[in-house]
Design a protein around this ligand. Structure first.
Ligand code: PT1
Length: 283
């Protein structure tokens, strides 16, 4: 299926995302640093101001994450995760005109954030945790199903594929079927190849090149490559020097039909995406 015949309307709780054009999702991490003030007013206010700046810069989704899922990250308890993200989700829902995405695999977090006004469940585990399918089915939120094998703690230990694109497609197809059986309609689903999740550099590059094949599944694609190791490996750049590499991949992902691009550098990516959209909608 070519991406030109993909659905253009994604229901996200009480909001609808118009996918006839590509969107930029801004990353909002609410994982406390070493000077931990998790759950404090300062942390909440800082997160809200960062979210507001990203919306001002053109982000139409904000992805709120309270558990790091980068390679090697450790997991946090559901209560700790909820204490971090719930106040931030509530504040964004109150103050900003934006779809709130919640980067979580935890059923209690899915349920509470849905109640607080979140519009999309962004689950790197594709609703495989116990109770996650039911929590999603009981909500009206959209769902992003991402490909990963194993857990963030061990996923980069020698990942191996015969045909990475075919295996990612098969996995996503199976998770869509699990959603269907749980009562989550296909109209709510977005798919993500999961760059940097259980994939080495070659896997990431081949999968990126062929990601348009995933459109056979009939659902919009979300892509997250911002500042990732694959860019550092190709360019020999430290994480602070990966903006141009990230923008190149954002442009290429949109050219291949991806509809949501998850990034740290919102203003820069919005220019890239708007320029491509202007050309693609010309006639
Ligand atoms: C992603 C994603 C995500 N990435 C979605 N959610 C992260 N839907 C968190 C590295 O190689 O791509 N899609 N949530 C961040 N995870 C990583 C993974 C960060 C790998 C960095 C790397 O550097």
């Amino acid at each position: 299926m070519s991406h030109s015949c993909l659905p253009t309307r994604l229901p996200c709780g009480s909001r609808v995302l118009d996918l006839s054009r590509p969107h930029v999702m801004g990353i909002l991490n609410v994982t406390p640093d070493s000077f931990s003030d998790g759950g404090s007013y300062t942390q909440r206010d800082k997160a809200l101001r960062h979210a507001a700046a990203m919306v001002e810069a053109g982000a139409t989704l904000i992805d709120v994450g309270g558990e790091s899922t980068r390679p090697g990250a450790r997991s946090v308890s559901p209560n700790e995760e909820l204490e971090r993200v719930a106040p931030v989700v509530a504040a964004i829902a109150r103050e900003l005109d934006v779809v709130i995405s919640i980067d979580t695999s935890t059923p209690a977090v899915i349920r509470e954030c849905g109640r607080l006004g979140a519009g999309l469940i962004n689950d790197v585990r594709a609703l495989r945790r116990d109770g996650a399918l039911d929590a999603a089915a009981d909500s009206a939120m959209a769902v992003c199903l991402m490909h990963m094998l194993g857990e963030p703690g061990n996923m980069q230990d020698n990942p191996s594929y015969g045909n990475v694109t075919a295996e990612v497609e098969q996995f996503l197809c199976e998770r869509m079927e699990a959603c269907r059986l749980a009562g989550i309609s296909a109209e709510r689903i977005v798919l993500d190849p999961g760059f940097g999740f259980a994939k080495n550099l070659d896997h990431n590059l081949v999968l990126f090149k062929h990601m348009d094949e995933l459109h056979r599944l009939g659902r919009p694609l979300l892509v997250g490559v911002s500042r990732k190791t694959m860019i550092g490996q190709v360019l020999g750049r430290d994480v602070s020097q990966r903006l141009y590499g990230s923008l190149a991949l954002a442009a290429l992902a949109v050219a291949k039909g991806a509809r949501i691009i998850r990034v740290h550098d919102v203003a820069e990516t919005v220019d890239v995406v708007r320029m491509i959209a202007a050309v693609e909608t010309a006639d």
